[in-house]
Design a protein around this ligand. Structure first.
Ligand code: PSV
Ligand code: MN
Length: 410
């Protein structure tokens, strides 16, 4: 190990200890972090305007799982991969290949994502469609997804609907809400006892007048009506500009309603950019709420998932960068002096309270995270180590010029 790196680690550990922080406890929490990466992030996918194909993009689910295994191999904290049923499992052989591919890659299957937004039948909605036959088609697909989840030992059914209306008067808003609840209830009743249903909201797109699950309020309402196995999923890209996401997160935690995240970064809309690439302080503030909740009794169980599809960055390296950004935010959030923060808040010391957060945020945690990686037997610099491994060059050569690279059907 380089002497300079060791010195930086020793100095930071000494500084943090001096601030009264339990560095060993922080390191344990960093080691135990679990981040799920998305199968679709390894495939050729892009924006609705087009996808720029990459020679090494994964095609089959086995390849996607293998790529996810690389992210875990170099970061040590990404042991799960999410599957999107329609994109990943075109036939029974694909499903049959999953257990061996997962075992080989050293990962397990995380959330199962049904797809009730691409079939032609869903033009006017899926679970909320005005047509009973279409609702049944969507419900049946989700029931099949639950069964697939059972087969691959997934514990999470992750529901996102493209449902909504694009014109005033197109459908009755309350009828749609009732259809939504009825359909969700059929699915909820079919959940195995150890499976959670996550309900994701999005304030617009592809419907532009009224989205059926537009915000955390509607997701939470559905969850509350369904029962304790239903929780809200917060996708960072699904809010209007200026929305205070950390406040939503704090309130959902307080209500025991936060079940999971889709990490990405929205600059304008659902852009799927690298999380924290333009707004690291906002992301830190979100993690500040999460880290604080972990420190309370009855800490919530939250699924941390990435939902990013990259069009111009190299996919596996980008996923590693994303995981590193998440580790950084988490590490910084654990440095907040919560006692001092509370004291400043109760004293009405506005600036002092803010500076408690700023001081944690401005700490360079790279030596700490690098130390944790070394203690896990990993290279402290995952991106460099991945580049040096030759994996990307290998899959670029093996997979180049194929036409079957799966993804968002673009
Ligand atoms: C929809 O925009 C979404 O956030 C849902 O989670 C989908 O499953 C995912 O993106 C597809 O990339
Ligand atoms: Mn999402």
């Amino acid at each position: 190990m380089s002497t300079l790196r060791k010195q930086a680690q020793d100095l930071l550990v000494a500084q943090l200890t001096d601030r009264g922080l339990d560095v060993e406890a922080i390191k344990t929490r960093l080691r135990n972090q679990v981040i799920e990466t998305p199968s679709w992030g390894y495939a050729n996918s892009g924006t609705r305007f087009g996808a720029f194909r990459q020679p090494g993009a994964a095609g089959s689910i086995a390849e996607k799982i293998a790529d996810a295994g690389q992210v875990h191999k170099f970061t040590g904290v990404a042991p799960k991969v999410a599957m999107h049923v329609l994109w990943d499992l075109p036939n029974d052989e694909a499903l049959a290949s999953v257990p061996a591919a997962a075992a080989e890659a050293g990962v397990s299957i995380g959330s199962i994502n049904p797809n009730v937004f691409q079939d032609q039948a869903y033009k006017l909605g899926s679970l909320c469609s005005p047509f009973a036959g279409v609702r049944k088609q969507a419900v049946d697909h989700c029931l099949e997804s639950i069964e697939i989840g059972r087969q691959v030992d997934s514990k999470v059914l992750s529901m996102w609907l493209a449902d909504g209306t694009s014109f005033p008067g197109q459908d009755d808003l309350i009828d749609r809400k009732h259809r939504l609840l009825d359909s969700l209830r059929t699915l909820y009743d079919a959940l195995p006892a150890d499976m959670t249903m996550l309900i994701e909201y999005k304030f617009f797109e592809p419907a532009f007048y009224a989205t059926d699950l537009p915000d955390w309020g509607m997701s939470m309402l559905m969850c509350q009506k369904l029962g304790a196995q239903a929780k809200v999923l917060v996708d960072l890209g699904h809010h209007a500009q200026g929305v205070n996401i950390e406040q939503i997160v704090a309130n959902l935690i307080d209500e025991d309603m936060l079940g999971g995240f889709h990490f990405n970064n929205r600059k304008y809309a659902d852009d799927d950019l690298t999380v924290a690439s333009t707004n690291p302080y906002e992301f830190f503030l979100i993690y500040n709420e999460l880290a604080a909740a972990e420190e309370r009794p009855n800490a919530p169980h939250i699924e941390y998932m990435i939902d990013q599809s990259h069009n111009i960055k190299s996919k596996i390296a980008e996923m590693i960068q994303t995981v590193m950004n998440i580790q950084t935010a988490y590490a910084k959030a654990m440095l907040v002096d919560r006692g001092a923060l509370k004291a400043a808040q109760l004293a009405g010391d506005v600036q002092g309270a803010e500076l408690c957060l700023v001081s944690a945020y401005e700490t360079d945690v790279r030596p700490l995270v690098g130390l944790v990686r070394e203690e896990m037997g990993l290279d402290p610099e995952p991106l460099k180590a991945f580049a040096a491994s030759g994996y990307q060059a290998k899959v670029d050569a093996e997979r180049a010029n194929r036409v079957d690279a799966g993804g968002l059907g673009q």
